[in-house]
Write a protein that binds this ligand. Structure first.
Ligand code: NAI
Length: 258
């Protein structure tokens, strides 16, 4: 008999790497994946925070371990994957680490560009290709999920390098999906709208944030748990047929009226 729909969303036996796991969406996502049965490699620069999170997951009966990772450096990515693969072979990667610099276009510096594009675009590329190499070498089927943004498809003032980097993430997703399909590795992107995290809570709850909320057709900001369904769908056997897709989670913001 076929497995039940709920069983197909379970991740027992899977090993997930989450980048930028120490806060916000990455932290929530790590708890979600562990709860769904996956062993989770928590990867970021803040090892102390990650170790606390690993403890939290383990004491709730899950499996997790902290790994140091700077996604902007190939050497760090390689070293991190060497350590992770000696713990367990990843089958799921959540490319979540990301940063933003808010300044007008003319004030953005080369350093701002490098920080944002190196983290959001080069980082996604380095982690996804390194993960794919280990999957191909061990003949492991996998699912890579890249955290893009609706700003990869539309624009807003003050975050040009961020929007450009996220547009690049969408194309990384599609090109990798094409080349990796023959290895049973799926690559998809999630495009969140505005999700309340420590990164933006102050702004989203300010007067300007309120004006922004009124421009969203659903009139609401999302919470990290609003991404649970899309993440589990793309990570699990329930989304087996999906690769190269971009899942928008934004309360109809992207299709708002001109
Ligand atoms: P956050 O700031 O709480 O999380 C970002 C994480 O990335 C942090 O844990 C940080 O330490 C890590 N990180 C940054 N640079 C790194 C590096 N070089 N190496 C390793 N880790 C690094 O932000 P949030 O809101 O949780 O965002 C997570 C992802 O979701 C980002 O890619 C962001 O662009 C994306 N996103 C967030 C939205 C939101 O409204 N919060 C909307 C759309 C996309």
């Amino acid at each position: 008999m076929n497995s039940s729909p709920t069983e197909r969303f379970r991740l027992d036996g899977q090993v997930a790497v989450v980048t930028g796991a120490s806060s916000g969406i990455g932290r929530h996502c790590s708890l979600l994946l562990a709860n769904a049965g996956a062993k989770v490699a928590l990867a970021s620069r803040n090892i102390k925070e990650l170790e606390l999170l690993a403890k939290e997951i383990v004491s709730a009966g899950g499996h997790a371990k902290a790994f140091h990772l700077d996604v902007t450096q190939q050497s760090s990515v390689t070293q991190c994957f060497t350590q992770i693969t000696s713990w367990a072979q990843p089958t799921i990667v959540i490319n979540n680490a990301g940063v933003s610099v808010t300044k007008s276009l003319l004030e953005q510096t080369e350093a701002d560009w490098d920080r944002v594009v190196d983290t959001n675009l080069k980082g996604v590329w380095l982690v996804a290709t390194e993960a794919a190499r280990t999957m191909v070498a061990t003949k492991t089927a996998g699912s890579i999920i890249n955290m893009a943004s609706i700003l990869g498809e539309r624009q807003i003032n003050g975050v040009a390098p961020y929007a450009i980097s996220k547009a690049g993430v969408i194309q990384v997703t599609k090109t990798m999906a094409l080349e990796l399909a023959r290895y049973q590795i799926r690559v998809n992107a999630i495009l969140p709208g505005y999700v309340i995290t420590d990164l933006n809570r102050e702004f989203l709850q300010s007067e300007l944030g309120e004006k922004l909320r009124m421009r969203i057709p659903s009139r609401r900001f999302d919470e990290p748990h609003d991404l649970d369904g899309p993440i589990l769908l793309l990570a699990s056997a329930a989304g087996q047929g999906m690769s190269g897709s971009t899942l928008v989670v934004d309360g109809a913001h992207l299709v708002s009226s001109l």
